[in-house]
Design a protein around this ligand. Structure first.
Ligand SMILES: [Zn+2]
Length: 58
């Protein structure tokens, strides 16, 4: 699972207005979160301050 921390690339947390966040790429099979398998791929963005997380389908 790839993990990286980005800063100031347009994301602003809707909860605390922080613009630091962590990005994870995940894939989902039958409701379970697995990596490197077939299935829908999602990107998660987690606020580094309050940990609010949003998911985007890739
Ligand atoms: Zn936040």
């Amino acid at each position: 699972m790839k993990k990286e921390i980005s800063k100031s690339e347009g994301y602003v947390c809707p909860k605390c207005s922080c613009n630091n966040y962590e990005v994870d790429s995940i894939k989902v099979i039958n409701g379970n979160i697995l990596s490197f398998k077939k299935g829908p791929s999602f990107k998660s963005m987690t606020c580094s301050k309050c940990k609010y997380t949003e998911f985007y389908k890739e």
